[in-house]
Ligand binder design. Structure first.
Ligand code: PEP
Ligand code: MG
Length: 325
C-alpha cells in the first residue's frame, strides 16, 4: 500500500535516476478535476467527451459544447488538456443516436467512422473543440484511426472548418496540435504516414489489445485472451514509442496498462516518458516511479520482450520487485 501523503506525490515525477516522466490524468467530466487536484500531475492526457454527450438528451449545440470544453481547458491551465473527439459506438452507445443493429458492434459503426459520415454531428463538435483550443492549452485527439484514408477525410473537414472559422474570427484563428489514437494494428503498421500529419499520438491499449488478439474487451468468456502485458503487445508498444521518438513526436499511453503497477517498470524500460491514467491511480504510480531506476527498467524490459507468454512477463516483474525491495 502506497502512502499517498508521501512527498513524491506533490512533486513532478522523476525516476530514482532523475529521468523526468509525465504523469497525466484521464478524465470523463468536469468534476473529475477534483480528483486530479489531489495529486501533482502534468495535466489531462485524455478527456473522454462521450460522457458529456451521454448526460444530454440530444446532441448539444456548438455553443453549449464550446462552453463546456472551454471550462475544461480553463480548469486544466496552465497544463495542457488533450480533448478526444466523440468516441461513441461499440461499448459506448449513445441513447439518442441510432446505431442500428450490428452483429459485431466493436468492429462496426463507431467513433470517427460515425463522425466522418455525420457532418451534422461532427462539424459543431469539431468547431467547439477548435474554438476551445484557441487560448493555447488544448490539443485535439482523434480516436479509432484505422488507416490513411481516415486521415485524408479528417484533414479535409478540419481544413474546411478552420477556413470557415477564420472568416468569423480572423486570420489569428489557429490550428491546435492534432493527435491520433493508435489503437488498431492497422494504425501501427501505417504509423509513419500517420505521423506525417499528426503532431502527437496517444496509444489506446484497451482497444489495441482487443483488435490485436481479436478479443472483445468486455467479454468475460474470452478474457484470458485479453493480455495487455503479453510480450507481443510490449513489442508493438516499443515499436510505436521508437518510431515516435525517432520522428520527435510526443507519444503517451492512455489505456489501462498505464495505471497497472506491474507494467510501470516495463513501460519505463521501453522508453515511455508520458503516462495518462485514471486520477485514482496517479499517486500510486508516481510514487512507484520515483523508486525505479530507468537503466534497471531497460534491462528488465529487454528480458520481457524476449518472453513467450504474458505469465512469464508477470513472473519477471514480480521477481524484479522482490529484488528491488
Ligand atoms: C483505449 O482504447 O485504450 C482508450 C484509452 O480509449 P477507450 O478505453 O475510451 O476506448
Ligand atoms: Mg479506445
Amino acid at each position: 500500500v502506497v502512502n499517498i501523503e508521501h512527498p513524491t506525490v506533490n512533486l513532478p515525477t522523476l525516476s530514482k535516476d532523475q529521468v523526468s516522466i509525465k504523469m497525466r490524468g484521464n478524465i470523463c467530466m468536469v468534476s473529475d478535476f477534483k480528483l486530479l487536484e489531489k495529486v501533482q500531475n502534468d495535466g489531462v492526457g485524455l478527456y473522454r467527451t462521450e460522457f458529456m454527450f451521454m448526460m444530454h438528451e440530444n446532441f448539444p449545440v456548438e455553443n453549449e459544447q464550446y462552453r463546456i470544453f472551454r471550462q475544461v481547458a480553463k480548469l486544466g491551465e496552465p497544463n495542457s488538456v488533450v480533448i478526444r473527439a466523440l468516441d461513441i459506438g461499440g461499448d459506448k452507445p449513445l441513447s439518442y443516436f441510432d446505431h442500428g443493429t450490428e452483429t459485431d458492434p466493436m468492429l462496426g459503426y463507431r467513433s470517427i467512422r460515425i463522425l466522418l459520415e455525420h457532418p451534422e454531428v461532427f462539424i459543431p463538435h469539431l468547431r467547439a473543440m477548435l474554438r476551445a483550443a484557441q487560448r493555447g492549452n488544448m490539443k485535439i485527439l482523434f480516436p479509432m484511426i484505422a488507416h490513411y484514408e481516415d486521415v485524408v477525410a479528417l484533414k479535409k473537414v478540419i481544413k474546411e472548418q478552420v477556413a470557415e472559422l477564420r472568416k468569423i474570427y480572423g486570420r489569428k484563428f489557429k490550428i491546435p496540435p492534432l493527435g491520433a489514437m493508435i489503437e488498431m494494428p492497422s494504425a501501427v503498421c501505417q504509423l509513419n504516414e500517420l505521423l506525417d500529419y499528426f503532431d502527437f499520438v496517444s496509444i489506446g491499449t484497451n482497444d489495441l489489445v482487443q483488435y490485436f488478439f481479436a478479443v472483445d474487451r468486455g467479454n468475460k468468456k474470452v478474457s484470458n485472451y485479453f493480455c495487455p502485458m503479453h510480450p507481443l503487445i510490449l513489442r508493438v508498444l516499443k515499436k510505436i514509442i521508437d518510431s515516435c521518438t525517432e520522428r520527435n513526436k510526443p507519444v503517451s499511453i492512455c489505456g489501462e496498462i498505464a495505471s497497472n503497477p506491474l507494467a510501470t517498470p516495463i513501460l519505463i524500460g521501453i522508453g515511455l516518458i508520458d503516462f495518462s491514467m485514471t486520477p485514482m491511480q496517479l499517486s500510486k504510480i508516481k510514487h512507484l516511479t520515483s523508486q525505479l531506476d530507468s537503466k534497471k527498467c531497460s534491462k528488465l524490459a529487454r528480458k520481457a520482450l524476449q518472453c513467450s507468454t504474458q505469465q512469464e512477463v508477470i513472473d519477471l516483474v514480480e521477481a524484479f520487485y522482490k529484488k528491488e525491495k
